[in-house]
Design a protein around this ligand. Structure first.
Ligand SMILES: Nc1ncnc2c1ncn2[C@@H]1O[C@H](COP(=O)(O)OP(=O)(O)OP(=O)(O)O)[C@@H](O)[C@H]1O
Length: 222
């Protein structure tokens, strides 16, 4: 397995006194995908948030493409995330007041690209996800499947090495869910990105290269 990608070492976290991650270690190589599964409350989202540098874990560390996710200020963690990581959540979570194109361009700008280039990149990636015809629409005026594809566009516009997705198909019907997963897996195949996708959906898990199963804060399989 390639050394790069995502490496999690002895990740440990508790909310208050309740342990949620108990020395979790895993590696997902670049150019590969893994489904993160397990019962509700076992710590999947917490692991994802730590991998994204949104949550600072009590102990352990995370490396993205060989570089340690900073555990310092919120600004330094956000800068790392905006340049190296793409995040997709269940409900897209686009900014309602902005058009799809503006949503995507904003993510590129936050990743350090100038506005003109950000708009160019946004248009290109929106073509890629099949949304050029509705790029000027606001999220509330497009379908759920289109909004989620725009969320994927926003997550990948800065060409992240790591894409973390939390139930990205959970709110979609199977055709739209398949389309969203197709896009994520293409990114892995074409750009050598690493994909970790939290899912309860067996169909999603089957299409990933491997599955990692958690239970009560530990990896029990994978
Ligand atoms: N911000 C928080 N403060 C306190 N407890 C939390 C917080 N976030 C999550 N928890 C608790 O930590 C545990 C793990 O939550 P987490 O969201 O990581 O689980 P999950 O496996 O993603 O669950 P699901 O499949 O339902 O999304 C749960 O018991 C949850 O209630």
């Amino acid at each position: 397995m390639p050394a790069n990608g995502l490496t999690v070492v002895d990740l440990t976290h508790a909310y208050g006194t309740e342990p949620v991650l108990r020395r979790v270690s895993l590696t997902v190589g670049s150019g590969t995908s893994a489904a993160l599964m397990g019962p509700s409350g076992c710590g999947k989202t917490t692991l994802l948030l730590a991998a994204a540098g949104i949550l600072v874990p009590e102990a352990g560390r995370v490396l993205v493409a060989g570089e340690t996710v900073p555990a310092g200020s919120a600004d330094s963690r956000a800068a790392f995330r905006r340049s190296r990581v793409g995040l997709v959540f269940q409900f897209g979570e686009l900014i309602a007041e902005l058009t799809l194109e503006q949503n995507v361009a904003l993510a590129a700008e936050l990743g350090g690209v100038r506005r003109r280039q950000a708009l160019h990149d946004a248009r290109e990636v929106l073509v890629r996800v099949g949304l050029s015809a509705v790029r000027g629409h606001k999220p509330g005026t497009v379908s759920g499947g289109q909004a989620q594809r725009a969320a994927i566009a926003r997550a990948i516009v800065h060409r992240p090495e790591l894409v973390l997705a939390d139930e990205p198909t959970g709110a979609l019907d199977s055709a739209n869910g398949d389309a969203v997963l197709d896009l994520l897996l293409e990114l892995v195949a074409e750009r050598g990105a690493t994909l970790l996708v939290v899912t309860h959906d067996e169909r999603v898990a089957r299409r990933c290269d491997r599955r990692i199963v958690m239970s009560d804060g530990r990896i029990v399989d994978g």
